[in-house]
Design a protein around this ligand. Sequence first.
Ligand SMILES: CCCCCCC/C=C/C(=O)SCCNC(=O)CCNC(=O)[C@H](O)C(C)(C)COP(=O)(O)OP(=O)(O)OC[C@H]1O[C@@H](n2cnc3c(N)ncnc32)[C@H](O)[C@@H]1OP(=O)(O)O
Ligand SMILES: NC(=O)C1=CN([C@@H]2O[C@H](COP(=O)(O)OP(=O)(O)OC[C@H]3O[C@@H](n4cnc5c(N)ncnc54)[C@H](OP(=O)(O)O)[C@@H]3O)[C@@H](O)[C@H]2O)C=CC1
Length: 292
Amino acid sequence: MGYRSLFAPGCFSNRTIVVTGGGSGIGRCTAHELAALGANVVLVGRKPDKLEAVAREIQEDGGKVSFEVLDIRDEEGVKATVARIIAAHGPIHGLVNNAGGQFPSPLSAISKKGFDAVVSTNLTGGFLMAREVYLQSMSSHGGSIVNMLADSWGGMPGMGHSGAARMGMLNLTQTAAVEWAASGVRVNAVAPGWVASSGMDSYKDEGVRAMIPLLKKEVPLQRLATESEVSAAIVFLLTDAAAFITGDVIKIDGGASCNTKIFPLEETTASKPYEGFHRASAPRILGGESKE
Ligand SMILES: CCCCCCC/C=C/C(=O)SCCNC(=O)CCNC(=O)[C@H](O)C(C)(C)COP(=O)(O)OP(=O)(O)OC[C@H]1O[C@@H](n2cnc3c(N)ncnc32)[C@H](O)[C@@H]1OP(=O)(O)O
Ligand SMILES: NC(=O)C1=CN([C@@H]2O[C@H](COP(=O)(O)OP(=O)(O)OC[C@H]3O[C@@H](n4cnc5c(N)ncnc54)[C@H](OP(=O)(O)O)[C@@H]3O)[C@@H](O)[C@H]2O)C=CC1
């Protein structure tokens, strides 16, 4: 019958895909996956040693890869780097806007410098990369951009700075999708919950580490995501299988964002859920008085 899968080996052949933050964690995993599917991968990050190590790994596996050292918050650096990539490889077909991070802290303890560091990395830097890739390449050749968000729907103590940046990135994703669609550019995002990534391992603070088993409890699937579960969603959005998807977000959170906890099932009688609803939840939901 000659059926040809969109995920066939080589589905990214002759495509250049830029992965920011490609020197570690989810970015590294995504770069491996893309190279294995035939992409010409360009890694971007601040630390040349990390980028070089990942480039070596990919080359050893027979993949096509190079790297650029760049702080994505440096506007002139972003412009020059994108121009250099195009000069060396031709049009950029894909951008994985993954670089980012934060330090857990309550809002009351965040300095302006710290807030700016997180917002400029997770929002402004991603904007600069997307804008330059669009202006210099995708506006005339089309392409696909995948932005990194996080599971920041609703307030999450300790993550207010990054949550604000990620929700800004959500709107930027939607707006870019609408503005750039006529040029054949798709813009989507992934929103992971907690991921057991090498970036997470870099949190040495004992209070934060002690939270990890508690976080798992709040996830319906009862565990953290793996790096490759996040890269799988990123790669899908870059493939032609996602050709009619733009302005959208894939949550990779094991159901965490669906778990409002307004209805505390564990406090109710499992065999009498309706009665349990009245007893445990109604006062909280409706602001009324408990009947007990
Ligand atoms: C239900 C699930 C919800 C999902 C939630 C999302 C979970 C996400 C997890 C992850 O992202 S894991 C990945 C972790 N990886 C990283 O965070 C990458 C490394 N991090 C950084 O590079 C920084 O944190 C940064 C802020 C992203 C970039 O900062 P920059 O390079 O500009 O830092 P500095 O120049 O060193 O600092 C500037 C300024 O920022 C404040 N600050 C930075 N780090 C910390 C810290 N660890 N603790 C407190 N404050 C920090 C600080 O004010 C700095 O000012 P000065 O101290 O230098 O005056
Ligand atoms: N792990 C998790 O639980 C979650 C992670 N995320 C997000 O996913 C992305 C990848 O995270 P993860 O792999 O876990 O963590 P990592 O810390 O391993 O990855 C972050 C990468 O971003 C790069 N980076 C950071 N700041 C800059 C900058 N200013 N310019 C260029 N590169 C930069 C880093 O490279 P270098 O060191 O070379 O600067 C690093 O390779 C991040 O945006 C993270 O916030 C979202 C939700 C959950």
